[in-house]
Design a protein around this ligand. Structure first.
Ligand SMILES: [Zn+2]
Ligand SMILES: [Zn+2]
Length: 314
């Protein structure tokens, strides 16, 4: 984020010099500079909360998994520890790549759209903050659903995405287990999406924070009462829903693509639930993709395509 702060500081300095022609200035409360400063303060606020929410969510869910797991962990504690560390390491590298290479681009794109009045939400609700915020979050979540579905539909994208699905012992750490190639591709696609939707930078950070908290929750290997899962999945994606998505049976893998709101799977006719979630087997039905070392996961996109059909022909 240091790069971003430098960019913002220099942009503000040049604006101030252009307008005032001197070192000292007073900024009118409704001036474009004041609006930019307020926007930047919101982005900083939500970015701090994003980091805090990720750590708190991870910690609470790790404790919950330890005391009330849905599937019993293996007696060998070191295998659980290695699995968690490996997945968290992948997640940490991915967030470093995103922070260094993409966050500043996303924010500059959002600012360009806001300043030039470009993008769907800026056309529809530029002077109505609540409608703008809710609309932006709905559009971003609809895009996340569409992008995820594309990852299952197109063979090239699936080569990267299957690193996430190859995990045979899903837990909260699986929430960050993605190939860096998938992260780079989704981050690149997000640039035009931000512009087309006219999303503000703080709306993007707020969406990411809420969405990733729910993603941690539905990957966690936690016992949730069936009635509670049923009630929650009328709105958000729950552990029972996402377990089906991680099933080895391909027709189940190709369902439940939503990340935050479950409504997209209902609208897209991809919603699927099982009455026996404890019988679901995680992973991919291809022994060539069983390797769990970091090197195996990094090389996975180079391996041949996973067969489209499961062993039971569905
Ligand atoms: Zn998937
Ligand atoms: Zn998942």
């Amino acid at each position: 984020m240091a790069l971003w702060h430098k960019l913002r500081a220099s942009a503000l300095r040049s604006d101030q010099e252009t307008i005032c022609g001197s070192e000292t200035l007073s900024v009118a409360a409704d001036s474009p500079i004041s609006t930019q400063i307020r926007m930047q303060a919101l982005v900083n606020f939500f970015q701090e909360w994003q980091a805090i929410a990720t750590v708190i969510g991870l910690t609470l869910l790790l404790v919950w998994e330890s005391f009330r797991p849905f599937f019993a962990f293996s007696r060998d504690r070191s295998s659980r520890g290695i699995h968690i560390i490996r997945n968290l390491l992948l997640g940490a590298v991915n967030s470093l790549v995103v922070t260094l290479a993409f966050v500043a681009l996303w924010i500059l794109t959002a600012e360009w759209a806001a300043n030039s009045g470009f993008g769907l939400m800026n056309w529809l609700a530029s002077d109505r903050a609540v409608i703008h915020g809710v609309g932006a979050i709905l559009l971003l979540d609809a895009w996340t659903y569409t992008w995820h579905r594309m990852n299952h539909r197109f063979a090239f994208l699936w080569r990267f995405h299957r690193v996430h699905h190859a995990d045979k012992q899903m837990d909260v750490s699986t929430a960050g287990r993605f190939h860096v190639g998938e992260i780079i591709l989704s981050s690149l696609f997000r640039i035009p999406v931000i512009a087309l939707f006219g999303v503000y930078a703080w709306e993007l950070v707020l969406y990411e924070t809420i969405m990733f908290t729910v993603v941690q929750f539905h990957h966690a290997n936690i016992s949730v009462p069936a009635w509670l899962d049923r009630a929650l999945r009328t709105v958000i994606v729950t552990p029972y829903m996402h377990k089906v998505h991680h099933s080895r049976v391909r027709v189940e893998t190709d369902s439940n693509y939503s990340s935050l709101l479950s409504v997209w799977d209902r609208l897209g006719r991809s919603f699927r639930i099982r009455s026996d979630p404890d019988a679901i087997e995680f992973g991919l039905d291809d022994p060539a993709l069983d390797g769990e070392r970091l090197a195996d996961l990094m090389k996975m996109p180079l391996l041949p395509d996973h067969p489209k059909q499961g062993p039971d022909g569905v």
